[in-house]
Design a protein around this ligand. Structure first.
Ligand SMILES: Nc1ncnc2c1ncn2[C@@H]1O[C@H](COP(=O)(O)OP(=O)(O)O)[C@@H](O)[C@H]1O
Ligand SMILES: N[C@@H](CC(=O)OP(=O)(O)O)C(=O)O
Length: 527
C-alpha cells in the first residue's frame, strides 16, 4: 500500500490507490450557493476530512455572497433580461460585478500564487464567454431557453472553478468537472422520463471515473435538458444533479450541506423552540418542501431513494452535527413503487399494529408555512354544479400555466389556493389591488364565463406534516382549534388528499404567529 505523501503546505494527503481500498465507498457532498459564498473554507475542511475516510465527489451550486436572491444565478438571470433590450449594454455591469466577486473570493482565500493565477485566468475566460453569449442573444433579439441555460450555467462553472482551486490550495487533489455537454445533442430523449435519468446517471459515473485519483468538483448545472433546465427542473436543480451523481456511482450516502443543522419541527429561524429531527421519510421531506420548507429539490428524493441511498442534510457551520437523514420508514423494497398502488386502503388500526407503534408516542413531524398565496374563488352561475364544471376550471388554469396548491369545493363553489411570487400589486389604498401576473389575469377573465370570481390576496398555507397523522385521532380538531383559540381566522381547509398532510389557508401576516402557536401546542412533548 502506498504511503501518505506531503503536499506543498506540509499537510498529509493519501494517494488514490489507498483511497480506492477504503471500505467506506463513495459519498456525494452537495454545497448550496450561500454555503460556497460564505463558508468556502469550512467546505474545504469538510471535503478534506471526507476524502480521508471515503471516496468523495463534490457538487456545487452558484455562489451567493449573502442571500440567494442576490446570488450569482439571479444576477445572471438579470443579465439575460438586459440582453433582451436592443442596443443596451446593461449586462456589462452585471458580468463585471460577478467577475469582481469571484476574483475577490480567490484573492481572499487562495494562498498559492500559481493556483491563484490559473484560477484568475479561468474566471476571465468564463466571463468573456458569458459576454459573447449575451451579445449573441442580443443580436438575435431573443434569449431562448437554451441560451438562458447557457447563461445560468456560468454560475456553477465559476463556483466550481473556485472550489477546485481552493481544494488544491488546501492540499486536496481536485478536478473541475463541467457537465454542460454531458447530455449529448441528438440523444434519444422524449422528455425527462426514467430512461433519461438512468442514461444521465450512467454518463455522470463516467465523468466521475475520468477524474481518477482526484476529488471531482462537479458543476451542479448539468446541461441542455429538454425544455431547458430552469423550465423543466427549476431553481435548485443542483440537488437533482447531486442525486444523479450519487445514483451513477452507487454512493453510500448523499449529503446536502446547508446552513441549518437539518430538518426541524418548524423553521428554526421563526420558531426558537423547534427541534431537530434525526430522520424523516421521503414523503414527509417532499411535502415539507412543497409547502414552504424548501429543504431539498423535490425531484431529488425519488432518484436516490429508488437506489436505496440515504440523503443526509448537514450544516456547513456545524459539520460535527449528525443532521437529518431522509430514508423510508421501516426498510425499503427497491422493487416496490414509491407510491403504494393499492386501490382500497385500510386506515389506522391495521397500520398501527403492523408498525407495532400503538403505544409509542405519536406526533406530527413538522409544521410549515408557504407564503405568496392567493385564494381564487369561483361561484358557479348555475344553481347546481354542471357536468364538466371542474374540468373547465382546470383546463383554463392549465392554459394559463397556473397550478393549484390546495382545493376545496362544494356543490357550486370552488376555492383554490394558488402560489405566485407576483400575483397582485397593492394599488395604494388598503383594499385596492390590481392583478400583476399576466397568467392570473388571463385565467380570471376566462373563468368569468363560468361564474363570479373573487380573489383573496396576501394569504399563506399552514401545513401540519407527519407520517403518523393518519393514526392520530382528533389531530385535525386540535390543529384548527389552536388556530381559532388564538384568533387566527381560517379561510380554507383541506384535509384527506394526503394522509400525511393537513393544511389550511390563513392571512399571511398571521403566519409566524400561527407557526409558533401550533408548535407550542402540538409539539411541546418533544422537548
Ligand atoms: N422545517 C425546517 N427545517 C429546517 N429549515 C427550515 C425549515 N423550514 C424552513 N426552513 C428554512 O430553510 C432554509 C434552508 O437552509 P439554507 O441552507 O439556509 O437555504 P438555501 O438552501 O436556500 O441556501 C433555512 O433558511 C431555514 O430557516
Ligand atoms: N444556482 C441555482 C441552482 C441551485 O441548486 O441553487 P441552491 O443549491 O443554492 O439552492 C439556483 O440558484 O437556483
Amino acid at each position: 500500500m502506498s504511503q501518505p505523501t506531503l503536499n506543498g503546505h506540509g499537510s498529509s494527503i493519501r494517494t488514490h490507490t489507498e483511497e480506492k481500498n477504503l471500505p467506506g465507498g463513495w459519498v456525494v457532498l452537495k454545497f448550496g450557493g450561500t454555503s460556497v459564498g460564505k463558508f468556502s473554507e469550512n467546505i474545504a475542511s469538510i471535503v478534506a476530512a471526507s476524502s480521508k475516510a471515503n471516496r468523495t465527489a463534490v457538487v456545487c451550486s452558484a455562489r451567493s455572497n449573502s442571500t440567494k436572491s442576490e446570488g450569482t444565478t439571479n444576477r445572471l438571470l438579470r443579465a439575460a433580461r438586459a440582453a433582451e433590450k436592443a442596443e443596451s449594454r446593461g449586462y456589462d455591469a452585471i458580468v463585471e460585478a460577478i467577475q469582481v466577486d469571484h476574483v475577490q473570493a480567490g484573492k481572499d482565500t487562495i494562498k498559492n500564487e500559481g493556483i491563484l493565477a490559473k484560477y484568475m485566468d479561468a474566471v476571465g475566460a468564463e466571463c468573456e464567454g458569458l459576454v459573447k453569449i449575451l451579445e449573441s442573444a442580443q443580436y438575435l433579439q431573443e434569449v431562448t431557453s437554451k441560451g438562458q441555460d447557457m447563461i445560468v450555467s456560468k454560475g456553477e462553472k465559476l463556483s466550481c472553478r473556485y472550489m477546485t482551486a481552493l481544494l488544491e490550495d488546501r492540499g486536496v487533489p481536485a478536478q473541475y468537472v463541467d457537465l454542460s455537454d454531458v447530455i449529448k445533442i441528438g440523444s434519444p430523449t422524449r422528455g425527462l422520463d426514467g430512461r433519461f435519468y438512468k442514461n444521465l446517471a450512467a454518463s455522470l459515473r463516467e465523468e466521475v471515473e475520468a477524474c481518477g485519483d482526484k476529488v471531482p468538483v462537479i458543476t451542479g448545472y448539468f446541461g441542455t435538458v429538454p425544455g431547458g433546465i430552469l423550465d423543466s427542473i427549476g431553481r435548485g436543480y443542483t440537488d437533482l444533479c447531486s442525486a444523479l451523481v450519487a445514483v451513477g456511482i452507487k454512493a453510500k450516502e448523499l449529503q446536502i450541506w446547508k446552513e441549518v443543522d437539518g430538518i426541524f419541527t418548524a423553521d428554526p429561524r421563526k420558531v426558537p423552540t423547534a427541534a431537530l429531527l434525526p430522520t424523516v421519510t421521503p414523503s414527509e421531506a417532499a411535502e415539507l418542501t412543497f409547502y414552504g420548507s424548501e429543504v431539498i429539490h423535490p425531484f431529488t428524493m425519488e432518484q436516490v431513494i429508488r437506489a436505496q441511498i440515504p440523503i443526509r442534510i448537514k450544516n456547513v457551520m456545524n459539520p460535527r452535527g449528525s443532521g437529518t437523514v431522509i430514508f423510508p420508514d421501516g426498510g425499503f423494497d427497491p422493487q416496490a413503487p414509491l407510491k403504494d398502488p393499492k386501490l382500497f386502503r385500510t386506515r389506522s388500526s391495521s397500520l398501527i399494529s403492523k408498525s407495532g407503534s400503538r403505544n409509542s408516542p405519536k406526533r406530527p413531524t413538522a409544521v410549515t408555512i408557504k407564503h405568496n398565496i392567493v385564494v381564487l374563488n369561483v361561484h358557479s352561475n348555475k344553481r347546481t354544479r354542471a357536468h364538466g364544471f371542474l374540468m373547465n376550471i382546470f383546463s383554463i388554469l392549465d392554459k394559463w400555466h397556473l397550478s393549484v396548491d390546495l382545493i376545496s369545493s362544494s356543490e357550486v363553489h370552488v376555492s383554490m389556493a394558488l402560489h405566485s411570487e407576483s400575483a397582485l400589486l397593492s394599488g395604494g389604498g388598503d383594499d385596492e389591488y390590481k392583478i400583476a401576473n399576466e397568467d392570473l389575469q388571463g385565467a380570471v377573465s376566462e373563468l368569468g364565463c363560468l361564474g363570479s370570481i373573487d380573489l383573496v390576496p396576501d394569504m399563506a398555507i399552514v401545513s401540519l406534516v407527519g407520517r403518523q397523522l393518519k393514526n392520530m385521532v382528533g389531530i385535525s380538531g386540535k390543529f384548527f382549534s389552536v388556530l381559532g383559540q388564538n384568533n387566527i381566522n381560517i379561510e380554507m381547509i383541506s384535509q384527506g388528499a394526503s394522509e400525511i398532510n393537513i393544511s389550511c389557508v390563513i392571512e399571511s401576516r398571521e403566519a409566524d404567529r400561527a407557526l409558533n402557536v401550533v408548535h407550542t401546542n402540538l409539539f411541546t412533548f418533544l422537548d
